[in-house]
Unconditional design. Sequence first.
Length: 172
Amino acid sequence: MDTDGNSRNIQPDIGDGPSSLDGARDDSDVRNSTGSGSGTGGTGTGNRGAINDATGNDHDGVGEGTYDDGKIAITGDDLVIRDYSILLRPKRILLSAIQGVQIATMDAYKGKFRIWGSGDFAHWYNLDWQRPRKHKVLVINTGKRIRPCITPDNVDTVIELLKSHGINISYV
């Protein structure tokens, strides 16, 4: 009851602030901003990145400078790597903080069977059960000792988006 004697239902303000001490936020805002809503995409195939526009066409996670395949998202000024940390929290990297990206072909000795984590304490792979089926890895250089390694579903689209933000791309 308030001071006038009226009964009111007061809901707590949950907000969308940081969900961990390192400043990583819940990435539901990233999924919702690409139109995937519940996380299942427009086609019901489990691809969280599919965007269904007004004409009914799916865009495979790409729309006006954004990308989202469920594990990797590029929206606005951020690169979001989901299922990254020890607690499988997302890692959010400002695109302006990326000094360069190296593209490498994966094999048994270069991360092809690395589902999650690190084998050399210099590269860190987010959780990706599909990685053994993929062929290319993008190594993100942020100037820090450990470099995040990502294997997006659509490597070419991610490369073009990174280039459009002025990020230097090199092939090794």
